[in-house]
Design a protein around this ligand. Structure first.
Ligand SMILES: Nc1ncnc2c1ncn2[C@@H]1O[C@H](COP(=O)(O)OP(=O)(O)O)[C@@H](O)[C@H]1O
Ligand SMILES: [Mg+2]
Length: 383
């Protein structure tokens, strides 16, 4: 249905809606490839003409905001009065009616190749591996995909940014499991990430400082092929629990990185593009040199082990066109690569503020521009 309003002329509307309804809206909009604001616009427009409006349970609502064509919310408010319902109830009914009119496409068949694996890597520090991987994982989980974030960097930035402590050096950890030096179940180490619309769908495997020794220990291990397969072996048991496993890699190119690259390979029977490596970069000159080294390591690994590792694309992070020619020309060179630029994340204060507050970005500032770019990147993995 086309909407009889100019898409440019929109106003922000805030309503209190229950989390399950908001999540259903996000999931359905993503499934159908429709913008949430378009879905709500269609819902409100249709609801205004609707004769039959069943009440929707709006208890336990939390703040939801979207942009509607100017004047539409006033019309909704005008229609709520004679119907003797609150504006929140009007919005909830509009969204419910849109959901009922737009059923989910058929469910996808169960996967036989395990969870989809997204490995965020670049040996350069500070380019946004942690912020982009965390944001994409939050965006995937917002649409109802059960997602596991792995903090694979012994510095533990991801763990701490999400408000958790790193695992105690003596306690079981991912690295100890990889080196067959831990008792118990890896699943027991997972912690839930709470706060946003992704709640109940997002978990973290926290980092432990012992991972600083992982490279050296993998180098001296004598077991055949353990170097590359160690990560896959320990995560295999978790793959039935999750649709996506997102790995935030350390800024290095050692054996630890090899295990992560191997984990992101295209498995037998897996469609190309389902799993692979995502490379956060910056629009400046040294990022290109760093990428060449990573690409070389990937080529070597593919050749040695006869596997295929797909680069799913680049995310150009910390982008600020005010940096002039260096930024714009570097961006063009990323865009001219064989692999796509999946998104351009602007340098804006919200990301740093979320880190400072130890909150996930999509919970701290769910409507900011960065959050929306991260959602659009996540949508590219949901085909
Ligand atoms: N788009 C952005 N806008 C503003 N600050 C950002 C952005 N992306 C990352 N940052 C900040 O830059 C720093 C480095 O980012 P981080 O994700 O930790 O990089 P990496 O994991 O590659 O080392 C962090 O303080 C982070 O908050
Ligand atoms: Mg990091």
């Amino acid at each position: 249905m086309t909407v009889p309003y100019s898409p440019e002329d929109r106003e922000k509307v805030v309503a209190k809606l229950p989390v399950p309804l908001r999540r259903e809206l996000k999931v359905r909009a993503a499934e159908l490839g429709i913008d949430i604001q378009e879905a709500v616009t269609e819902g409100v427009t249709a609801w205004l003409d609707l004769q039959d409006h069943a009440a929707v349970d709006t208890s336990g609502g939390s703040s939801f905001s979207t942009y509607l064509p100017a004047g539409l919310y006033e019309k909704l408010k005008g229609a709520c009065k004679p119907r003797k319902i609150s504006y929140n109830q009007g919005m909830a009914q509009s969204i419910r009616s849109w959901l009922d009119a737009h059923p989910s496409p058929r469910p996808t068949p169960p996967r036989t190749t395990g969870a989809r694996r997204l490995v965020f890597g670049n040996q350069k520090g500070g380019v946004g591996k942690t912020s982009v991987s965390a944001g994409v994982a939050q965006a995937l989980a917002e649409t109802g995909k059960r997602t596991l974030l792995i903090d694979f960097d012994p510095q533990g930035h991801l763990t701490r940014q999400l408000g958790y402590e790193m695992l105690d050096i003596e306690s079981p950890s991912l690295a100890k499991h990889m080196l067959a030096d831990a008792e118990g179940d890896l699943q027991a180490l997972l912690v839930p990430i709470k706060g946003g619309d992704f709640e109940d769908c997002l978990w973290l495997l926290p980092a432990c400082k012992d991972a600083f020794l992982l490279d050296a220990k993998l180098a001296t291990t004598r077991a055949v092929r353990i170097k590359e397969t160690a990560l896959e072996r320990v995560l295999a048991g978790l793959e039935q629990e999750f649709e996506f496993i997102v790995v935030d890699c350390p800024p290095s190119l050692g054996y630890t990185m090899d295990t992560a690259l191997y984990y992101g390979r295209t498995r037998e029977g897996e469609e190309p593009g389902q799993s692979g490596i995502v490379i956060p970069v910056q629009a400046e000159d040294t990022s290109g040199d760093a990428y060449d080294m990573l690409a070389e390591q990937m080529d070597d690994l593919c050749e040695d082990l006869k596997v295929e590792i797909q680069t799913l694309g680049f995310v150009v992070n910390l982008y600020d066109a005010r940096n002039g020619y260096i930024a714009t020309s570097s961006l063009e060179s990323w865009q001219s690569m064989d692999e796509p630029v999946l998104g351009i994340v602007p340098e804006l204060k919200e990301q740093r503020e979320a880190v400072r507050r130890k909150e996930p970005l999509l919970a701290y500032e769910p409507d900011c521009e960065q959050a929306n770019v991260l959602r659009s990147i996540a949508r590219r993995f949901q085909g």
